[in-house]
Design a protein around this ligand. Sequence first.
Ligand SMILES: CC(C)(COP(=O)(O)OP(=O)(O)OC[C@H]1O[C@@H](n2cnc3c(N)ncnc32)[C@H](O)[C@@H]1OP(=O)(O)O)[C@@H](O)C(=O)NCCC(=O)NCCS
Length: 176
Amino acid sequence: MTSLADVRLLPEHADHDLAIAEIAEEAFGPGRFARAAERVREMAPHDRSLSFVAELGGTIIASVRLTPIRVGEVDCLFLGPLAVRPAYKNKGVGKALMRLCAETARERGETTILLVGDPPYYAPLGYRPIPPGDVTLPGPVDQRRLLILDLIGSAGKSLSGAVTARPVATEARSSG
Ligand SMILES: CC(C)(COP(=O)(O)OP(=O)(O)OC[C@H]1O[C@@H](n2cnc3c(N)ncnc32)[C@H](O)[C@@H]1OP(=O)(O)O)[C@@H](O)C(=O)NCCC(=O)NCCS
C-alpha cells in the first residue's frame, strides 16, 4: 500500500461478510465472542448503511460496523468491531473509517455513538468517557473503556441506563 489515497471506503455489502469475519478473527481471536460488546451486537443486526469497509486492489483490508441500540429511553448507535488487517495498520485507515461512519450517522440524524475501546485511540476522534455506572452493558466491562461521541451538541449527556435493542420503527397504518 503506497498511501491512504489508494484505499476505497465503501458501504458494507453482504458480499463482504466473509472477509469481515476473517478480519475480526485475525484481530480479536475466538475470545471476542465472550465480550460484553458481542452481547450488545447479538441484540440486533448492524446497520449496513452505516457500516463501511476499506478496500485496496479488490481486497477488503478493514471494517467498521454500527448497530442501532437504545440506552435507557434514548436511541444510540453501538460501534464495533473496528479492525484493520495487520499489514495495513498505522496508515490512517482505521481513523478514516471512524470519521466516515460518524459523519454518515450524523447526516442520518443519529445523535450519539457508544463503544468499548482504548481511550488513547478514540479520544482524538472526539470520544470521551462517560461517568462510571451511567450506562450498563449486558456483561462486565471496564468502565474506563466505555466511550461516547456526541454527533449533535451534547446529546450524550442524556445517556443513562441499560443498553437494549432499539424498537423497530413501525410504519403508520393508514385508516380507511
Ligand atoms: C486499532 C486499529 C483499528 C487502528 O487502526 P489503524 O488503521 O491501524 O490506525 P490509524 O492509522 O487510524 O491510527 C494510527 C494511530 O493510532 C495509534 N493506535 C493504534 N492502536 C491504538 C491503541 N489501541 N491505543 C492507542 N493508540 C493506538 C497508533 O499508534 C497511531 O498513532 P500515531 O498516529 O500517533 O502514529 C487497528 O490497529 C486494529 O485493527 N487493531 C486490532 C483490533 C482492535 O484493537 N480494534 C479496536 C478495538 S477497541
